[in-house]
Design a binder for this molecule. Structure first.
Ligand code: MN
Ligand code: MN
Length: 315
């Protein structure tokens, strides 16, 4: 069993920061969950800075205690979790960057472990989906985001943080009618942005739906779509910039921190085979590093959700 450093033996603010003060290890034998950073933001279209996300989120995660009051689970009693460090993603050349991420994530899947990845911008989800689908076959997908990220290209490039899920569908990584987006909002270019959704069976739960019908209804919507092996991707800009200002393309009028926590918790029991949290850009964060603190807490919720899923056979 691997445990976070005890705060009764070592003060929370001491020692080099790892995620939740877990041991740093690149040995994947008998590991159930490998938390890993993918510090790449070459796919951003507006403000860069998400490459600095993993470091600051690790730092803010020092405060997180180890038991979930709401899910009644102590994830480290059920799962062997390590901080695997970061993928050494080259900061130039998005296709090379994606290769490094895919290779790194594939090694984690091959060891029978679940990658819990911290970005980085949303372009990292495409290589992560490639690796997960290689290990588990086509996936169901839940995406928390204010943006649809199914645009086609940008300045002639096929890969950036606004296109990963269109590419993933084109590559056959996502199952038809098993893709749900939550928190969509903000000014767009036109109704025809959703032609692709209609053609490929993507369900949208926009922010008005979440606010009008509530969190429990939204959880039902997600669970109706999600089935079989699930990939979870959480773009921090799904949360309102009042709670999460530290991001590159903020959209006003979003989820509260509390709604975000409850929505992630609502995925408990699903067969989540990989997860990421992306778009935290510490240079724009508010006082108290509130965005990174929220991100660290959402990663804890994800870990608890992984801890209560049905045991899966090792590959
Ligand atoms: Mn996104
Ligand atoms: Mn977004």
């Amino acid at each position: 069993m691997t445990e976070p450093l005890s705060s009764f033996r070592s003060p929370r603010f001491a020692q080099p920061p790892t995620f939740m003060r877990l041991p740093h290890s690149t040995d994947l034998s008998d590991v159930d969950v490998a938390m890993v950073g993918a510090p790449y933001d070459g796919g951003t279209s507006y403000r860069p800075g998400a490459r600095l996300g993993p470091r600051e989120i690790r730092s803010q995660s020092s405060l997180i205690r180890t038991w979930s009051y709401f899910l009644k689970v102590h994830p480290f009693e059920r799962l062997r979790v390590v901080d695997y460090g970061d993928f050494d993603v080259p900061p130039i050349g998005i296709e090379r960057a994606m290769d490094v991420i895919e290779t790194g994530a594939s090694a984690i899947h091959a060891a029978g472990a679940t990658p819990l990845v911290v970005g980085g911008d949303h372009s990292i989800s495409l290589p992560l989906l490639r690796a997960a689908a290689k290990a588990h076959g086509p996936l169901a997908l839940v995406q928390f985001d204010s943006h649809i990220d199914t645009w086609d290209d940008y300045f002639g490039g096929k890969y950036f943080h606004g296109s990963p899920f269109r590419r993933a569908i084109e590559e056959g990584l996502i199952r038809r009618d098993r893709f749900v987006q939550v928190g969509i909002r903000g000014p767009m270019y036109g109704e025809d942005e959703f032609d692709f959704h209609r053609a490929h069976g993507i369900r949208v739960v926009d922010i008005d739906g979440v606010k009008r019908e509530g969190v429990d209804w939204t959880i039902d919507q997600m669970r109706e779509v999600l089935d079989g092996p699930v990939y979870l991707t959480f773009d921090i800009d799904s949360v309102d910039p009042a709670y999460a200002p530290g991001t590159g393309t903020p959209e006003t009028g979003g989820l509260t921190s509390h709604e975000a926590q409850r929505l992630v918790r609502g995925l408990a029991g699903l067969d989540i085979v990989a997860a990421d949290l992306v778009e935290v850009a510490p240079p724009y964060d508010g006082p108290g590093q509130i965005t990174s603190l929220l991100a660290a807490n959402l990663l804890f919720e994800m870990l608890c959700v992984l801890a209560v899923r049905k045991p899966r056979r090792r590959l």
